[in-house]
Write a protein that binds this ligand. Structure first.
Ligand code: NAD
Length: 258
């Protein structure tokens, strides 16, 4: 049975009720996990208010700001986990960013600044968070990140994020190899295209969604709940033999040659 009772789970990346991280947090909660939620702080505190109201029904015992570009906030987040929980079992890394210039037009035009920023937020952050999670995962653990096919094959306009996801996929494997002896598993979920705040920045995302609906074996895209269910499985003992893998939750689109 899928049972996460007694497990402490930190979930990053909730922006609103369309966020994949929101789908994941709901399924972890349903399976009995105790939740900690981070949000991306902004000057006016709007994100904080919105996310706080959204997650309230899930009763998170920790709710803290964590901009992954901010080392102090990362350290403060894990200090709070150490203080209040003592141990961490689950880390959900469900965040990414690329400036709009990196998600449309010529790939060769991507600026150094946009490249560095995107790779720092979308790729390096997994490694950084894993570093701080490791000493708290004293009874083993599961780290799950979100990736996309555009890091393996060329998808129109995914451009800069494709490079970030390729690096993320490889980070999953290197982290899995390092952390395996500590019984910490690291896996990625490659989700099919879903309408969210982040995906709306990718040029032509609706065309991509329609293409998947027409050509994927299941003739549809996937939902945040379906991704959340797979994340809950990857965080549970039911997947105890799986690490270093990228699992496709994409209605089968990845197998197609068109
Ligand atoms: P979303 O906009 O709901 O989530 C993106 C999150 O990243 C937001 O919560 C945002 O606050 C956070 N974020 C951005 N910069 C940050 C920073 N500096 N520090 C901390 N958090 C930061 O969109 P989503 O589609 O749910 O994206 C979640 C993950 O899923 C991303 O990694 C995305 O690439 C991946 N993904 C999305 C799709 C899709 O089609 N939506 C498909 C495959 C993979």
């Amino acid at each position: 049975m899928l049972d996460l009772n007694g497990k402490n789970a930190l979930v990053t990346g909730i922006a609103n009720n369309r966020s994949i991280a929101w789908g994941i947090a709901q399924q972890l909660h349903k399976a009995g996990a105790n939740l900690g939620i981070t949000f991306l702080p902004d000057d006016k505190g709007r994100f904080e208010k919105k996310v706080r109201e959204l997650v309230e029904p899930l009763n998170p015992s920790i709710f803290v700001p964590c901009d992954v570009q901010n080392q102090e906030q990362i350290e403060a987040t894990f200090a709070t986990l150490a203080d209040q929980w003592g141990k961490l079992d689950i880390l959900i890394h469900c965040l990414a960013f690329a400036d709009k210039e990196g998600l449309t037009g010529d790939f060769s035009a991507i600026s150094r600044e946009a490249f560095q920023q995107s790779l720092e937020i979308s790729t390096y952050s997994l490694t950084r968070l894993a570093k701080y999670a490791k000493p708290l995962m004293t009874e083993g653990g599961s780290i799950v990140t979100l990736t996309y096919l555009g890091g393996v094959k060329v998808i129109p306009n995914y451009n800069l994020m494709g490079i970030a996801k390729a690096g993320l996929d490889m980070s999953v494997r290197y982290l899995a190899a390092e952390l395996g002896p500590h019984n910490i598993r690291v896996n990625g979920i490659s989700a099919g295209p879903i309408r969210t705040l982040a995906s709306s920045a990718v040029g032509g995302i609706l065309d991509m969604i329609h293409h998947v609906e027409k050509t994927a074996p299941l003739r549809r895209t996937v939902t945040q709940t379906e991704v959340g269910n797979t994340a809950a499985f990857l965080c549970s003992d039911l997947s105890s033999g799986i690490t270093g893998q990228i699992i496709y939750v994409d209605a089968g689109y990845e197998i197609m040659g068109m």
